[in-house]
Design a protein around this ligand. Structure first.
Ligand code: NAI
Length: 409
């Protein structure tokens, strides 16, 4: 097991918001047992007070890691977001102060893909309206407008992590898959890339949206796009609430142009379970509505705990920053026999030569060096003689522009 300059029992982790126990298990397996778990998010002042003792912070979506929090926490090494989004962290402030931020972008990909495929089948069979009918005492037993998924065309808008998983699962059902993405993407299986959104809308029996929230995707599907969909087609949105104009969708469902829709994400979502959910889609029997649960499964939560904890351990143990949200990405090998110095600095001219100057002036043997920059951050890793690392650490810390510096034994 890699050793760090601090004994592991002096490296504190603060995990908030009921982070999954898989995270604690992962940390324990790596030798970290100074882990404080709290069920709730902490307000700014309390968070700052708690971070006086912690070097690693784990949060979910409700904790705000503001610039003030980061500036008041000089010991903070990294923040792990045990979720997908990182909007809750002031990433610019984290970069300004050399704090690495990690998240779990793929942990719930499969969960979303499964829900989408299940909903596509239910919509093709007209199950939502028949379900509501039964609850009201109606018996809508008929094969009318009920279809198998086999042989139908599924159009995927956004062929990223989730879109491409949906593609694989849908082909297993015998669906033809077409997709549109603004970037070139390798088609999986027999999926066919189409050159624009309209081509997907015009050819698909089921259209499913898997794009991020960007200025280009806001309002991507409005009345005009819905009109270009095939009569009797169905639309699914489990991406972001801003992507679809819900008034236009409600009209298309009421007017019968679309046979159904499944919507998991909304432009305005209730902030807490007690708040009322309002939407133009409420009351439409052929709209399958879910409260933003696409990625919410027990498996996804467990995956997130393990994935983010592993990233924090890797960064703590050997300096690896692969898949960091804001940091220069470096995948580092082990450093047997050498001490490893990690130097995070402002990405300004001259720092690298000053770092190298520390080693040449001190006659310190360097066995490996790694450098990576990203935007305003530079990250230099130097493996050197064990006997000289402490002295080098002091000098590296004095270099102007240094943000964080530590040594791993
Ligand atoms: P991703 O980044 O892997 O894939 C997004 C894809 O959309 C990329 O390939 C990108 O090139 C493409 N894209 C961007 N703009 C586009 C445009 N204008 N037209 C066509 N393609 C475009 O993201 P991932 O992980 O697949 O997530 C997709 C969406 O699902 C995100 O909005 C995410 O927030 C959402 N999501 C929803 C969850 C839920 O609970 N409902 C859970 C997890 C993610």
């Amino acid at each position: 097991m890699a050793r760090t300059s601090l004994d592991k029992n002096r490296i504190g982790f603060l995990l908030l918001e009921n982070v999954h126990e898989s995270a604690v298990a992962e940390l324990a397996a790596a030798g970290y047992d100074q882990v404080t778990c709290l069920p709730e998010a902490l307000p700014e002042d309390e968070l700052i007070a708690r971070l006086a003792d912690a070097r690693f912070l784990g949060i979910r979506s409700r904790t705000r890691v503001t610039r003030r929090v980061i500036e008041a926490s000089p010991r903070l090494v990294a923040v792990g977001c045990f979720c997908i989004g990182t909007d809750q962290v002031d990433l610019a402030a984290a970069s300004d102060h050399g704090v690495a931020v990690f998240n779990a972008p793929f942990s719930n990909t499969r969960s979303v893909a499964e829900l989408v495929v299940a909903e596509a089948i239910l919509l093709l069979r007209g199950v939502p309206a028949r379900n509501v009918g039964c609850h009201r005492g109606a018996w809508l037993k008929s094969a009318r407008d009920a279809h198998e998924s086999r042989g139908k065309t599924l159009g995927i808008v956004g062929y990223g992590a989730i879109g491409s998983q949906v593609s694989v699962l849908a082909e297993a059902l015998g669906m033809h898959v077409v997709y549109h993405d603004i970037e070139p993407k390798l088609p999986l299986g027999n999926a066919l890339a189409l050159s624009n959104l309209d081509a997907v809308l015009a050819t698909s029996d089921v259209v499913t949206l898997h794009v991020p929230d960007t200025p280009e995707t806001r309002g991507l599907i409005g009345a005009a796009e819905l009109a270009r969909m095939r009569p009797g087609a169905v639309l699914l949105n489990a991406s972001r609430g801003t992507v679809v104009d819900l008034d236009a969708l409600a009209d298309a469902l009421r007017g019968g142009h679309l046979a159904g829709a499944a919507v998991d994400v909304f432009p305005a979502e209730p902030r807490s379970p007690g708040d009322e959910f309002t939407s133009p889609l409420r009351g439409l029997d052929n709209a399958l509505l879910t409260p933003h649960i696409g990625g919410s499964t027990v498996e996804a939560q467990a995956n997130i705990g393990g994935e983010v904890a592993r990233k924090l351990v890797m960064y703590s143990d050997n300096g690896t920053t692969t898949a960091s949200v804001n940091f220069p990405e470096v995948a580092l090998p082990g450093h047997p026999g050498a001490h490893r110095l990690l130097h995070v600095h402002r990405n300004v001219p001259g720092i690298l030569s000053r770092i190298n100057g520390v080693f040449s002036a001190g006659g310190i043997n360097v066995s490996a060096q790694y450098l990576q920059t990203r935007d305003r951050l530079g990250y230099v890793v130097v493996d050197c003689d064990a006997a000289s690392s402490e002295a080098a650490l002091q000098e590296l810390r004095d270099i102007e522009g240094t943000l964080r510096c530590r040594v791993l034994f």
